[in-house]
Design a protein around this ligand. Structure first.
Ligand SMILES: [Zn+2]
Length: 247
């Protein structure tokens, strides 16, 4: 009975079984994981690479309530763009970035997607970030990219910053930072910094990108825009290609 639809389409039971198996095989592998692109385009500079993307914040607790919500843009932005949340900006960027990487051969896993939120207990921000790092370890990632946006009390503060911790992550940080710098000329570059908060748990190169500053009126409005987020996604994709091509 399960294969009625296939049979109606003229397939034998055996053919239907095969189709069914292929459908299952191409289903998302695990949690928010995505299968590699089915139709390879040339070139495939990321073939065989596993990349874990971590759009920051937006943890759901047992009751389905968001904890660790992240920062929010200032009010007073143009209509429809008021108060955009960091967690939404970084998720949008990650969801634009994942297909770009997959089209180049990578297998991409995200700690959360729109339909599959990240869930964790009430143990706080640090435990949550550790759990995300363990997710990257479990997926045997070759690169772990954490996406965030900044917020600052000083309204004029704007620009992007790249963080890494272990020396083994420095080259990945450099490639991503350079790509972000190239993608949107004229942005304030706050450089690369070593910080333990990036991740001490991951076993692969890990980088945390502060993509822009939401508290700055201009940059907050930019970060709310789809075109701008697409450019950021493209830049990160270019940075990852650069990293893996030269490794
Ligand atoms: Zn953040």
């Amino acid at each position: 009975m399960r294969f009625t639809g296939f049979k109606r389409a003229g397939l034998s039971g055996r053919q239907a079984c095969l189709v069914w198996f292929l459908c299952l095989a191409s289903a998302p592998a695990f949690l928010a994981g995505r299968s590699a692109a089915e139709t390879p385009t040339v070139p495939q500079p990321l073939a065989g690479r596993v990349i874990v993307l971590d759009p920051g914040h937006a943890v759901l607790n047992e009751k389905g309530k968001i904890i660790n919500p992240g920062s929010r843009a200032r009010r007073g932005l143009p209509a429809g763009r008021q108060g955009v949340w960091e967690r939404d900006v970084v998720l949008d960027v990650a969801e634009k970035l994942a297909p770009l990487l997959e089209a180049q051969g990578a297998r991409v896993y995200m700690t959360r997607t729109r339909s599959n939120p990240w869930r964790h207990s009430l143990q706080g921000k640090q435990a949550d970030n550790r759990a995300r790092a363990i997710f990257a370890n479990t997926m045997r990632a070759d690169a772990y990219v954490r996406l965030h946006c900044d917020w600052n009390r000083y309204r004029k503060f704007k620009g992007f910053t790249t963080f890494y911790y272990r020396w083994g992550s420095r080259r990945l940080a450099k490639c991503l930072h350079r790509a972000l710098d190239k993608s949107i000329p004229g942005r304030t570059d706050h450089g690369m910094h070593r910080r333990t908060f990036v991740s001490v748990t991951t076993t692969m190169p890990a980088v945390l990108l502060e993509l822009g500053v939401l508290s700055n009126r201009k940059e907050g409005a930019d970060l709310a825009g789809d075109g701008y987020k697409a450019r950021l996604a493209e830049a990160i994709s270019n940075g990852l290609v650069d990293y893996f091509e030269t490794s």
